[in-house]
Design a protein around this ligand. Structure first.
Ligand SMILES: [Zn+2]
Ligand SMILES: [Zn+2]
Length: 174
């Protein structure tokens, strides 16, 4: 869905949209949407600038970082994004900085692609590490058994403390 800025009365407008599952494909295959995605918000335009503010509600599925079991959880995101036209971007000295440094995006002056905003904001809201539970035991490195479902009986060599420190590191314990 695109927000048409030309049709805004006095440069302001509200938007609300429900994306069905098949309407959005996230750019990170680690994260899978689980249902509809709701977005609502408002857009304000003045001259060569625009501000889009909104709220997103959805649900995602990712794999546990330790045992790879799928986990599902709700994701909400509040966002506020500033846009300027490419022309203004060139004229100002902003062009010397990258878009990443500035919290400003460039738009064409007529439309803003809401789909791109929604996809990006969902990925930003998903934590980079996810566990099925805080004390997930992970997978046995020797036999691949899910250690949450019981001991597999493999011998865990615990004798050398350097190895256990390394294993803690791999498991994300500091
Ligand atoms: Zn797990
Ligand atoms: Zn094992």
């Amino acid at each position: 869905m695109r927000i048409e800025l030309a049709s805004l009365e006095e440069g302001r407008g509200d938007f609300t949209h429900t994306y069905q599952l098949q309407d959005l494909t996230l750019d990170d295959e680690r994260v899978v949407l689980r249902g509809t995605t709701e977005v609502r918000g408002k857009v304000k335009r003045s001259g060569t600038e625009a501000v889009v503010e909104g709220h997103i509600d959805t649900g995602v599925q990712v794999d546990c970082d330790r045992c790879l079991k799928p986990i599902q959880f709700p994701v909400t995101s509040d966002f506020s994004l500033e846009y300027i036209t490419g022309g203004e971007y060139e004229e100002s000295h902003l062009a010397e900085l990258t878009e990443d440094v500035m919290s400003v995006s460039v738009f064409n002056g007529d439309t803003i692609d809401l789909d791109e905003i929604v996809k990006e904001q969902i990925l930003l809201a998903v934590p980079t590490r996810s566990l099925c539970k805080d004390d997930c035991l992970g997978i046995c490195p020797q036999c691949g058994n899910d250690r949450n479902s019981g001991e597999c009986g493999c011998e865990q060599k615990e004798t050398d403390p350097r190895w256990s420190a390394l294993r803690d590191l791999m498991n994300g314990k500091s």
